[in-house]
Design a protein around this ligand. Structure first.
Ligand SMILES: C[S@@+](CC[C@H](N)C(=O)[O-])C[C@H]1O[C@@H](n2cnc3c(N)ncnc32)[C@H](O)[C@@H]1O
Length: 264
């Protein structure tokens, strides 16, 4: 068992604050999830048993369940967050929601699909986390990881990431939330300007509150890695998987899809 460091505890608490403020699952989350699992369709989950690692409010589990997944297990390491996910996923009796850390996954060769969306890049031991996720997969099962990319975030890394590290990840979440509201006003206006990149164009159809939640999510964490393609591939290198797809999702993130070797 890996004891979380003070920094990791702090990160978990900050996310828990975010999830108790922005706790509702909304229809646009479905489209967002489809982007993160590119190019897989939701039908891919039909009849399958899945694991949602670091589930937050449970929004990413909902769509596979609606699409006919056999069953699911969503887990997160924070108690408050798990309570929100339990509430949101209560209608799905074939999904259990558990409180545990990714490092303590004891489910071996159990799942057809294991996904982790927006989690690994915040962890202190990402490689260990990926090892645990792969161990939870059945041979022939599918691993889906979505993480921030180095490529495509040049301006963000230059101007905003230093501010996150030095300021916004250290101030009380309530102040970060106020700042998120102010930044969202500018971001929504900026997104409307001509010739914007894909990820900014996508913000046009999102509500103010949704964009605010996304901005807040960027301001909070003390650890956020922006990995190159090679670094993401290295997370899976040497493990009993074959990478089948690497997508530069929306030009700012990576979606890695891998199949666990049949003889693993
Ligand atoms: C950015 S959120 C993403 C949540 C969810 N995957 C989503 O896309 O809505 C990161 C989540 O990872 C969780 N987390 C952080 N460290 C974790 C760990 N060691 N084990 C399990 N979950 C963890 C946090 O509590 C938080 O809910």
């Amino acid at each position: 068992m890996i004891e979380p460091t003070k920094q990791e505890k702090d990160l978990e608490e900050r996310f828990s604050y975010a999830w108790s403020e922005y706790r509702e699952i909304i229809p646009i989350h479905r489209k967002q999830f489809l982007g993160w699992i590119t190019p897989l369709p939701l039908e891919f989950f039909r009849g399958k048993k899945f694991l949602d690692a670091g589930c937050g409010i449970g929004r990413n589990s909902r769509w596979p369940l609606e699409a006919g997944a056999h069953s699911g297990c969503a887990f997160d390491c924070n108690e408050t967050t798990v309570a929100v996910a339990r509430h949101n996923l209560a209608p799905f009796t074939n999904c259990r929601v558990e409180l545990k850390s990714i490092y303590d996954l004891g489910d071996h060769s159990e799942y057809d699909v294991v996904f982790s969306i927006g989690v690994i890049h915040h962890l202190k031991h990402p490689r260990l986390a990926v090892e645990r996720l792969v161990a939870a997969l059945k041979p022939g099962g599918t691993l889906i990881l979505w993480v921030y990319a180095h490529e495509g975030n040049e301006r963000y890394r230059l101007w905003f990431d230093p501010i996150r590290r030095a300021v916004t990840s250290r101030i009380p979440p309530i102040l970060a939330r106020l700042l998120a509201k102010v930044l969202t006003v500018f971001l929504k206006a900026y997104a409307l300007m001509r010739d914007q990149p894909e990820y900014l164009v996508l913000l046009r159809e999102r509500t103010f509150r949704h964009v605010e939640a996304m901005v807040f999510d960027q301001l909070l964490p003390s650890t956020s890695n922006y990995w190159t393609r090679a670094e993401v591939l290295a997370l899976a290198a040497g493990l009993p998987v074959r990478v089948t797809q690497m997508t530069h999702t929306h030009g700012v993130s990576w979606t890695l899809i891998a199949e666990k070797l049949k003889d693993a």
